[in-house]
Design a protein around this ligand. Structure first.
Ligand SMILES: Cc1cc2nc3c(=O)[nH]c(=O)nc-3n(C[C@H](O)[C@H](O)[C@H](O)COP(=O)(O)O)c2cc1C
Length: 170
């Protein structure tokens, strides 16, 4: 089965715990931390998931901050990209999960096909760069306030993207 590359940055381990659960329910995903990843690690995958938390009120997680320039060097034509954002909707209502929006903005015109968008229903926040056309760009998880919802959200989203990837393969 074709492998999927999940690239993540995680300061306190929340995003890491989320991507490990996603990997477990996918069977065919490899995890890469962006603080040790190289350009070739990304280039070899057709299907990618970029996962990040948001820090310092609307800023990218620090490892992603250091890595994001690498994306400019990658040819995304023929690649499919999804996102996972981890944030805190209660303390950071106006910048909730902004990080995924910042990565998206960087590659929006790169030729990548985006998949895995996710309804904002059931989340309570004011504004997010992670919302495009009324939907989150990808799975959004709030480990600080709604950890009890994480497993179900992951299960539904992974099921959704498996279906989307089958359609994209057709
Ligand atoms: C100083 C500080 C700033 C933060 N800023 C944001 C923010 O702007 N938006 C957001 O959604 N979450 C914000 N968070 C919450 C983190 O993204 C959240 O705790 C996340 O689970 C951390 O994941 P990580 O351990 O994978 O880095 C912030 C947390 C701290 C401590």
């Amino acid at each position: 089965m074709e492998k999927i590359g999940i690239f993540y940055g995680s300061t306190e381990g929340n995003t890491e715990s989320v991507v490990k659960k996603v990997q477990k329910s996918m069977d065919n995903a490899n995890l890469h931390r962006v603080d040790t990843a190289a350009i070739n690690d990304i280039a070899k995958y057709k299907t990618l998931i970029f996962a990040t938390s948001t820090w310092n009120t609307g800023e990218l997680q620090e490892d992603w901050e250091a890595f994001i320039d690498t994306l400019d060097e990658i040819d995304f034509h023929g690649k499919r990209v999804a996102f996972i954002g981890v944030g805190d909707a209660e303390c950071y209502q106006d910048t909730f999960a902004d990080g995924i929006g910042m990565i998206y903005e960087r590659i929006v015109n790169s030729g990548a096909v985006f998949f895995g968008s996710w309804a904002i229903d059931g989340y309570s926040f004011e504004a997010s760069k992670g919302v495009v056309n009324g939907k989150f760009l990808g799975l959004v998880i709030d480990e600080d306030n709604e950890p009890e919802k994480t497993d179900a959200r992951i299960a539904v989203w992974v099921n959704q993207i498996k279906g989307e990837l089958v359609m994209l393969d057709d």
